[in-house]
Design a protein around this ligand. Structure first.
Ligand code: MN
Ligand code: MN
Length: 287
C-alpha cells in the first residue's frame, strides 16, 4: 500500500485536547555505535501500522476505543544535548496532562529525556540485549549505551530493571551499583512470567514505563537493528510482558529499529504490532 510521507499512526484521528494517547516520532540516531539508520524508523513503523486490523480479538471485542493523537516527528538536531531539549519540549506537556505517551525512536538514547520529563514517581523496565549502563560512551553521557544509568540517576537505581540482557561490558559489571537485570538465558530457562514478576517486585514505584530496545528480541525476528545480538527474546515473550505489566504501564517507547538493515520491513511490522499490543492493554485497563 502506498502511504504518503508524514502520515499519522493508524487510528490516530484525535486532536491533542481530547486524546488519551500521545504519539511522538523521534528520528535521532547520532550516537549509534555500529550501524545508523534508526532515524528512518518512525516513518516505517507508522506505515506498518496500516497492516493491522483495528481490533486484536484475543483481548476481547468490547475494549473501549482510544482517542489517539500523533504529533508527528520532532526535529533531528545534531548534538545529543539538543535532542534532549527537543524531546522534552514535546513530551513534557502530554506527560503533565496525564496522557499515555508512546515514542518511536530513533536510537535508545531518546529514552533519556523522556524519563526526565516524568517526576520521580515511576520506574523504568527496559527490554534490551544490552544493559546500557555506562557512565558515558564515545564522549557523551547521552549515548544509547547510557540509558539505564541516566534513568537510575533520575529515578533511583531501585526503580530501574532490564530484561533480556545478554551483552554487558566488564565496566558495567565491575561496580557496586550494577543495574538490576535478568538475562535472556535465565528467561529461556525460567520463563517470561517469572522474569516480569521479579522485575515488578524489584522496582519500588508502582507505575512502570516500558522501554523496548528492539534488539532485546532475537535477531531472527527483529533483524533490522543497529547492534543485533543472538540469543534474544521471542516476540511472544514481549507480548506477554506487556500484558503482565498491565495496569501498571505508565508509558512506552520502541527504539533501535533500523530500516536500512530491514529490507523486508519485518522489524517495523513487529514494532508496530507491539505498539498496538500496548494500546490494547492500556485500553483494557481503562475499562
Ligand atoms: Mn540494545
Ligand atoms: Mn538499548
Amino acid at each position: 500500500m502506498a502511504v504518503p510521507y508524514g502520515i499519522s499512526y493508524a487510528g490516530a484521528e484525535s486532536d491533542y485536547d481530547s486524546a488519551d494517547v500521545f504519539i511522538l516520532g523521534i528520528p535521532y540516531d547520532r550516537t549509534s555505535s555500529f550501524r545508523s539508520g534508526a532515524k528512518e524508523a518512525p516513518f516505517h513503523i507508522r506505515r506498518a501500522s496500516y497492516n493491522f486490523e483495528e481490533i486484536h480479538f484475543e483481548h476481547g471485542l468490547g475494549l473501549p476505543s482510544l482517542d489517539i493523537f500523533d504529533q508527528g516527528n520532532c526535529e533531528d538536531p545534531f548534538l545529543p544535548e539538543d535532542m534532549m531539549d527537543e524531546v522534552k519540549f514535546f513530551m513534557t506537556p502530554p506527560i503533565n496532562d496525564g496522557k499515555f505517551t508512546i515514542a518511536m525512536g530513533g536510537e535508545h538514547s531518546v529514552n533519556i529525556p523522556i524519563m526526565q520529563c516524568f517526576k520521580k514517581d515511576i520506574s523504568l523496565i527496559t527490554i534490551d540485549a544490552h544493559l546500557d549502563s555506562r557512565d558515558e560512551y564515545l564522549g557523551t553521557p547521552y549515548s544509547h549505551a547510557c540509558v539505564t544509568r541516566r534513568a537510575a540517576e533520575h529515578l533511583g537505581i531501585d526503580n530501574v530493571f532490564s530484561l533480556g540482557v545478554r551483552s554487558i561490558s566488564r565496566e558495567e559489571l565491575e561496580r557496586d551499583d550494577v543495574v538490576p537485570h535478568i538475562t535472556s538465558f535465565e528467561i529461556m530457562e525460567k520463563g517470561i512470567e517469572w522474569a516480569v514478576k521479579k522485575a515488578l517486585d524489584s522496582v519500588k514505584n508502582e507505575r512502570v514505563y516500558l522501554s523496548l530496545d528492539i534488539d532485546g528480541i532475537d535477531p531472527a525476528f527483529a533483524p533490522g537493528t543497529g547492534t543485533p545480538e543472538p540469543f534474544g527474546l521471542h516476540p511472544m515473550d514481549v507480548k506477554k510482558a506487556i500484558g503482565l505489566i498491565g495496569g501498571r504501564l505508565a508509558g512506552f517507547d520502541v527504539t533501535e529499529v533500523c530500516p536500512p538493515a530491514d529490507p523486508s520491513g519485518i522489524t517495523s511490522v513487529l514494532a508496530s504490532r507491539l505498539i498496538n499490543e500496548v494500546l490494547a492493554v492500556y485500553s483494557k485497563n481503562l475499562s
